[in-house]
Ligand binder design. Structure first.
Ligand SMILES: [Zn+2]
Ligand SMILES: [Zn+2]
Length: 173
């Protein structure tokens, strides 16, 4: 069986990574391997937006070979954008191999609220499961509790679960 590779770009708590890995295995029935990645992030920084180019980063992560990987999901801590949007939580290649997700916009502190580590990990898990769903060919789902429902704001993420609905689950097979 092939692995899903979880690549941490930047420092993440090992416990959080294990929690994310557990959720991935639960939804996609694949073993997860946690790795550390290194990337010169300056190349992706847009000085005028003070953000990082999500398209270029996704392309770069996709380009790095992990032969044992069924899918790759890369975790970041920086503020990601794509040209048509103010920011993104993450993105992935539909039916591809690779997805990316960032913690940056998931933090309570960014919205003037007290930091909440548990909530942060919960949001990150949903984001990771969501982007991986795209790599497995899943599109956005209209079921309000399905993790494949699209999210523009953190409130949207908080309203859905970290689970695939039955319909999406069936589409995986
Ligand atoms: Zn999506
Ligand atoms: Zn669904």
């Amino acid at each position: 069986m092939q692995n899903i590779i979880l690549i941490a770009y930047g420092h993440f708590e090992l416990n959080s990574l294990k929690e994310i890995a557990g959720a991935i295995t639960r939804e996609y029935s694949s073993p997860v391997v946690i790795k550390e990645g290194y990337m010169d992030m300056d190349r992706f920084f847009d000085a005028s937006r003070r953000q990082y180019d999500g398209n270029k980063i996704l392309k770069e992560v996709d380009f790095v070979h992990h032969f044992e990987a069924l899918k790759k999901i890369a975790l970041f801590k920086v503020d990601l954008y794509i040209p048509i949007l103010t920011y993104i939580f993450g993105q992935a290649y539909l039916n591809g191999k690779t997805g990316i997700a960032s913690l940056y916009r998931l933090k309570n502190e960014l919205y003037g609220m007290n930091s909440d580590e548990n909530l942060l990990v919960e949001r990150f898990i949903k984001e990771v499961i969501h982007e991986l769903g795209h790599t497995f060919g899943l599109k956005h789902c209209y079921n309000p509790s399905c993790v494949m429902r699209s999210s523009t704001y953190v409130e949207d993420i908080d309203q859905k679960s970290s689970f695939l609905c039955n319909r999406c689950k069936k589409l995986l097979i």
